[in-house]
Design a protein around this ligand. Structure first.
Ligand code: NI
Length: 185
């Protein structure tokens, strides 16, 4: 089932999301719905607050990048209770980001290229691993959602000034995109 996306201005996007018990009701169905919603809207990542749930759950698909990054062929993963426990600040890269919750906004964001993350996978196996490259970028963006942050919180002040009117339009419910969104009231 495709779920409506919660866009900028929805209070759930500003909440700190909570860990879930591993017997969370209908977890498999929820993950499947999140994958479907992400595929239908051409996203590479989706965090549960973006479908209105303040819980620590993220899905990522990187298959679309396989020409540039062959290691991401068929990469479709769910991350349960992800926590970034270390950032390697020795190398940062600025890269343009977008977000299904902020349609029409694309801005460069500077982030570390390596992070250490703890999470549980779909088979309920626990992980504690260093992650790098494009996946580290996407996971930082998605885990930000779980901390109540969006990527425009991290852009340079001048750029923030330039997207201000777009953000306030979103906040007023003026959303223009090809996928279904939750109306702002
Ligand atoms: Ni996002």
């Amino acid at each position: 089932m495709t779920l409506p996306i919660y866009t900028y201005g929805q209070p759930v996007l500003r909440k700190v999301a909570e860990d879930i018990p591993l017997d969370y009701p209908n977890l498999k169905e929820l993950i499947a719905d999140m994958f479907e919603t992400m595929y239908k809207s051409d996203g590479v990542g989706l965090a549960a607050p973006q479908i209105g749930k303040p819980i620590r759950l993220v899905v990522v698909t990187l298959d679309v990048l396989k020409d540039e990054y062959p290691e991401y062929a068929d990469f479709n993963r769910a991350y349960i209770n992800p926590h970034i426990v270390e950032y390697d600040d020795s190398e940062t890269v600025s890269m343009e980001e977008g977000c299904l919750s902020l349609p029409g906004i694309h801005e460069p964001v500077r982030r570390p290229t390596r992070i250490r993350m703890q999470w549980v996978d779909e088979e309920l196996k626990a992980h504690d691993e260093w992650i790098e490259s494009y996946l580290a970028r996407v996971l930082q963006h998605e885990v930000d959602h779980l901390e109540g942050k969006v990527f425009t919180d991290r852009i340079a002040p001048l750029r923030k000034q330039l997207v201000k009117s777009k953000l306030s339009a979103l906040q007023r419910g003026k959303v223009n995109c090809s996928y279904r969104v939750k109306p702002i009231r």
